[in-house]
Structure formats: C-alpha cells, structure tokens
Design a protein around this ligand. Structure first.
Ligand SMILES: *[C@@H]1O[C@H](CO)[C@@H](O)[C@H](O)[C@H]1NC(C)=O
Length: 450
C-alpha cells in the first residue's frame, strides 16, 4: 500500500475513479462520468481488467477482490462484437496476464487463454501481418491496412501467455515481428501503415514516433529485455531507429532550444512537420529504459532528459497545466514562443506518456525534480479533470473553464495513475525493471532469461 502523502493522494484519486465506475458502469467497458452512464466498446469489462494490476500494486484489496470475482463469474468473450486486435491485446490480454503473474491466480490465465484462442484467426492471413479487426463470437477477421504499431505491439502479451501455456501463441506473434524486421526501412524508420493485401509498407504514409508507429519502436527494446537480452536483431533495429530519428526527425525549438521529435510525410520527404504529439512522449522513457538495460551508445540518457523536459513544458506552459494532444513547435529564429496549440488538437485525454517517461527518468537518475514534475501534473489533473463522479477528458487545455468529454478512459486507471504511484514509491523493489517489463498499457509482465 501507499507509504507517503503523495502516494496516498494518487490512491485516493484512483478510488474516486473506481467508485464512480462501480456505481454507474459496473461490468461495462467505460464510465460516462458526466451523464452517469456507461458505454460498451468491445463488451469485455475493459475498465475492470485494465485496472486489476493497478489495484493490486496500490494494495486496494477489496477493490481487487471485486474485480477478480467479476472476472471469474461474468467475463466472457462470447460476444458478437468487432474487437480491434491491438486494443484488446494491450488492454485485456495484457491486463489478464499481468494480474496472473502478480497473483498466480489461475483464473486470469484461464480467461487469457479463452481470449487468445478467439484472437488466433488473426494470424491466419495471406501475408505475415495480422488482421486488424476480429469478431469475438464468430472469429470472422478483417484483413485490411493496419498500422505498424498495431502489428508490432502484440508480442509481449502473446509471448507471456505462450511461456505460461502453449508456445503456439508466441510463434504466431514472432512471425509478425520477423516479417517487420525483414521489410526495408529508411535508417531504421518505418512508415506508419502496412498494406493488408501485400503485407508491405505503404510508401505514402507518414514517418513518426507518434500515433500508429510509437509502440513498434517501444516493443523492439522491450521484447529484447523480455527475452533475456538474447535477440540481437531486436536491439539492433531499435538502435538503428534511434539513429534514424536523430538524423531525420529530431529538431529544436526557438527561442528555448527544446528538443522535439517531429514527423515526415513519407520516408523520403525532405521536410519535417514541426509538431510533437503527446503520444511521442513515451520515447524518452523508452530511451531511459534502454539506458538502464545497457543499451546506450552514449547520448541516449541525455536525449531522454531533454525530451522529457519538452514533454513537461507541454504541460507547464498551458493555462490548465495540462498538455494538448499535439503541440506545434516553433523553429523560426524570430519566434518568441516555443510552442503553440491549434484548435482541434488542444484537448487532453489524461494520457499517460509523459508521467510514464517521468517515472523512467526518475528510476534512471533519482533526481527529485522528476517527482516535482509528476506532482504538478497530478495536481493539474485533479483540478481540471476530476468531476463529481470520476474523471473526464477535457476539450481544451487553453481555457480554465473548459468543456468535459463524457468518457473516462481506461488508461487513466491502468497507466497514468499507476505510473504516478510508482514514481512516488520509495521502494526500489516494487516492480524492478530488470525483472518486469511494462507493456504499452502499463501492465507489468515478467522478464525471462531467454
Ligand atoms: C455477475 O453478473 C450478475 C448479473 O448481471 C450480477 O448480478 C452479479 O453481481 C455479477 N457478479 C459479480 C461478481 O460482479
């Protein structure tokens, strides 16, 4: 359980979110915190399964018990619903596997097998890339264009299941990774979309470390860690991609020289779009994780520090103290402001990436500045996103009297509050990073020796 004031405040925030979910949305995917209702996405109790390990880690025994009992009694995947493979794997399969590994309670493993068996048709296409959507009841798959992130962000979860049960699960996702490895890239950088018919990259798609690409890069280094640092090509693909990022996408703002990672319209475009997505703020944390795991040619930790600072500035410089979804970065020598926000990308979904990176930077450096940053962000979430019944995304970070969106994202409970809780932990033995690797939804999975 919590050991200090800051951890107690984060746990209280979690309980505030959870109790509203229990009151108005129990058993459904998501709480509607403004209208006091619920909505279904895949119909698999997503908030419960995504929250199990957070409750376990926070020492919330009664809440965990209620979630566990619901999983045992009522969780079924016999649902006539179209599930997006990536989303159900990172949230539901990841949540179940993490709960299983933390507790050794077999019910979670049993449910994970039932889910994975319904997803396996996704690996039976004409090319090596998986389906994008699958009907959970009928197994009908849709092989269509799919993002590189969606294809490359299944492996930690299926491998974890495969090692606990049957290696067919691991083999299925390794074939996808092998395929992505063999595709031709530009300095390790990948286009964001793959063709569903050819399995090749679509040459006209964007290159970035943000939406649709992000966790492909993250899972290169994390899979290398998960498999006992034995798979050399995953480490090398990761290292090459970071060099490619530095060469093509890394730029600095004026006047304050903040480092940021922009995007290009295609692998061979000359000009970089000067913007930093909040989603890209996972990258400094991954760089710091790689550094701690011994993969750093010399400049990765420094780069991680600079990018984390930029991500923090995306919060600090807004009237609400919360980051927009995308910040426009000024590189013009005459600029007076480093960042601007455009209408339409000024909302905040309580995303985790910046507090995630702050957590990794704190583990890597033990610099108390990172805890101060995390606390400031937490206070801004409390002030502007907490409502009477739960938490809600907000329409604009630029107005202190802003509108709410009627949805509480499951990743606020699964990731944002979990990383904040871990940031404020004085216990280095709480999920040590050489024994546990967090999936892209913040579900810790064990590291293997090979
Ligand atoms: C399972 O669902 C039934 C029917 O909706 C409900 O009455 C019961 O309380 C649920 N069980 C748990 C443990 O939540």
């Amino acid at each position: 359980g919590p050991q200090n004031e800051q951890q107690r405040a984060v746990v209280e925030a979690f309980q505030h979110a959870w109790s509203a979910y229990c009151k108005y949305a129990w058993g459904h995917d998501e709480l509607k915190p403004i209208s006091h209702g619920w909505q279904e996405w895949m119909g698999v109790g997503l908030t419960i399964v995504d929250s199990l390990d957070t409750m376990w880690i926070m020492g919330l025994k009664d809440e965990f018990r209620a979630g566990r009992d619901w999983v045992a009694a009522n969780l079924t995947f016999d649902k006539d619903s179209e599930a997006q493979l990536f989303e159900i794997v990172i949230r539901e399969l990841g949540g179940l596997m993490s709960a299983y590994h933390l507790t050794q309670d077999k019910i979670f493993l049993l449910k994970a097998v039932k889910l994975a068996d319904r997803l396996m048709p996704c690996f039976g296409g004409n090319t090596a890339i998986p389906c994008r959507m699958v009907n959970l009841r009928t197994g009908r798959t849709h092989f269509q264009d799919i993002s590189t992130a969606e294809s490359g962000t299944l492996q930690l979860e299926f491998r974890s299941l495969g090692r606990a049960t049957d290696d067919k699960y691991e083999k299925a996702v390794e074939a996808v990774s092998d395929h992505l490895h063999r595709l031709k890239k530009t300095d390790g950088l990948v286009p964001t979309f793959l063709s569903g018919t050819s399995g090749q990259f679509r040459s006209s798609s964007t290159v970035s470390f943000g939406a649709s690409a992000d966790s492909y890069y993250e899972y290169l280094i994390k899979q290398w860690i998960q498999t006992g640092k034995k798979n050399v090509w995953m480490r090398d693909d990761y290292l090459e991609s970071i060099e490619g990022m530095k060469k093509h996408l890394l730029k600095h703002t004026k006047p304050s020289n903040l480092a940021f990672v922009g995007s290009m319209f295609s692998p061979n475009a000359r000009s970089v779009r000067n913007e930093m997505e909040h989603l890209t703020c996972f990258l400094p944390g991954t760089l710091a994780l790689g550094h701690m795991a011994g993969v750093d040619p010399g400049d990765h930790l420094e780069l991680a520090k600079q990018l984390t600072k930029t991500c923090y500035e995306m919060y600090r410089r807004m009237p609400t103290g919360l980051s927009p979804e995308v910040a426009q970065m000024n590189t013009d020598p005459h600029a007076t402001e480093d960042l601007r926000v455009l209408h339409g990308t000024d909302y905040n979904l309580q995303r985790p990436e910046t507090v995630e990176s702050i957590f990794y930077l704190y583990r890597a450096t033990k610099d108390p500045m990172y805890r101060d940053w995390g606390w400031k962000i937490f206070e801004a979430f409390e002030k502007y996103t907490r409502v009477e019944e739960g938490y809600a995304s907000i329409d604009s970070v630029q107005r202190t009297a802003t509108g709410y969106r009627d949805k509480m994202e499951t990743f606020y409970l699964a990731e944002t509050l979990k990383y904040l809780y871990l940031l404020f932990s004085d216990d280095d033995n709480l999920l040590p990073l050489d024994k546990w690797v967090f999936n892209t939804e913040a579900h810790p999975l064990p590291v293997y020796s090979r």
